[in-house]
Design a protein around this ligand. Structure first.
Ligand code: MN
Length: 448
């Protein structure tokens, strides 16, 4: 907050707002603007932070890199993670609540969209460990406050689900912590998915390398789980074995309602927080939501593309593709047909992508005007289009049938050796022109 404020990138909302619909409505209206802090939330003393990571350039600046260097920083962080540093105490331990817990009395949990099932913790990172296997995991989940000390947690069959079902099989609960109010690197690390972060990869160490400073972690009060010492708020509890309760619906990244489900339940044992804690919220289906998804998935897609084509330079998972479905891959093509090979490789090794556009290295993949220009001038549907028959895709794609989705690849690279006909036209000397020099001349009437 202090850093963003010093950059003029923080907007403080002074008027009192309700955490039910009013706060997210403002977030929606201001979703591409500055980071927001709601200072007065009806019924609560805590203020609410939102939209802190809603811009690619601001995320890069926070991590101390250029926007163009973000993906390389990520790949380096995956290659050389920085393990967390264990500490004995931290700001998140300033206040401890372990009796008479009432989540909605303590925390301004937001109700976002009209038909959402209720208040959901959307910016909470769930932390779990399996000491026997030496595994720790950080991940995002749908977390609905169901009761004073109960949270419904939607689990897809991924890492946390594996840790939970391993315990459930022997009739035991899984200890977890939910950390809220985290820095950009920790949020990104928890949102990272795909081959970059296999089961057993400690997302704390990814966060440390992303921010180039180890994450400080401290033992939970009531659970054997290490939590971020500098989080604003930590909720501790256990996911109960063999208990399922209805949670949902909730708008997901696709902008449509994810259906209600019978999901496991977290029994809350304690809440610890800073004295002046700020609750953090994430508006579902917002630029921030799509950026956390996209930035966390681009490294895996680039790693896959590079297996097939070493000249793959960058991946952009686009915001309007919901941060998950559409990718643009830029490629220094070395062999004819490499564009289509990259498309096949990426579709063969990812689940959620439905559209891949491959462009040459002279096209900026982050500039969608340039990308569309490449499609318009370098692509012919009968020769350069790849269409794959349905196979398992994202369960959250509303257009999928029985979980099956069809995929389309557009090879918008120019043929090798035909650069003249496909090049970008330039005007000689334009790079030297300083517009101000041409506009500062005195009007002709003043001539003497
Ligand atoms: Mn993981």
């Amino acid at each position: 907050m202090n850093t963003l404020e010093s950059w003029g990138e923080l907007l403080r909302v002074k008027k009192e707002v309700s955490p039910r619909f009013e706060l997210p409505a403002l977030c929606k209206k201001l979703e591409t603007g500055k980071a927001l802090v709601f200072e007065k939330v009806s019924g609560y003393s805590l203020s609410v932070a939102a939209g802190f990571d809603n811009s690619r350039s601001r995320i890069a600046r926070v991590l101390g890199t250029a926007e163009s260097g973000l993906l390389e920083r990520y790949l380096e962080a995956i290659r050389l993670p920085w393990p967390p540093q264990e500490v004995r105490d931290g700001p998140v331990k300033e206040v401890k609540i372990a009796r008479d817990i009432d989540l909605l009395r303590e925390l301004p949990v937001v109700t976002h969209y009209e038909k959402d099932g209720g208040p959901f913790i959307t910016a909470g990172v769930v932390i779990a460990e399996d000491p026997a296997q030496g595994i720790r995991n950080l991940s995002y989940h749908r977390l609905q406050v169901l009761d004073k000390d109960e949270i419904g947690i939607f689990l897809q069959p991924r890492h946390l689900w594996k840790l939970y079902t391993d315990k459930e099989k022997i009739g035991k609960p899984l200890e977890v912590a939910i950390a809220i109010g985290l820095d950009t690197a920790l949020r990104l690390a928890a949102a990272t998915s795909g081959i970059s972060v296999p089961l057993g990869f400690d997302e704390y160490s990814l966060a440390g390398a992303l921010r180039q400073k180890p994450v400080e972690i401290v033992r939970g009060e009531t659970v054997e789980v290490m939590v971020p010492a500098r989080a604003e708020i930590v909720i501790e509890g256990v996911i109960l074995p063999h208990v399922r309760k209805s949670e949902g619906p909730l708008v997901n990244f696709s902008g449509t309602y994810g259906e209600a489900a019978f999901s496991p339940v977290i029994k809350v044992k304690a809440i610890t927080l800073r004295k002046d804690a700020v609750y953090q919220d994430l508006l579902p289906f917002s630029p921030e939501h799509h950026l956390l998804l996209a930035l966390g998935y681009e490294p895996a897609v680039l790693q896959i593309a590079r297996v097939r084509a070493p000249g793959a330079a960058a991946v952009h998972i686009t915001p309007a593709g919901c941060g998950r479905f559409h990718a643009v891959i830029s490629l220094k093509k070395e062999q004819e047909g490499e564009g289509k090979e990259v498309i096949q490789a990426v579709f063969g090794n990812t689940r959620d992508l439905k559209l891949v556009i491959v462009v040459d290295e002279d096209i900026n993949p982050y500039d969608l005007k340039e990308v569309e220009w490449a499609v318009a001038t370098r692509f012919q549907a009968d020769r350069n289009l790849v269409v794959l028959p349905p196979s398992p895709g994202s369960p959250l794609d509303p257009s999928a049938r029985d979980g099956m989705t069809s995929r389309m690849g557009i090879d918008a690279t120019k043929p090798l050796g035909k650069t003249d006909a496909y090049g970008k036209a330039g005007i000689p000397g334009s790079e030297k022109i300083n517009i101000e020099d041409y506009l500062r001349g005195r009007p002709s009437s003043e001539k003497t």
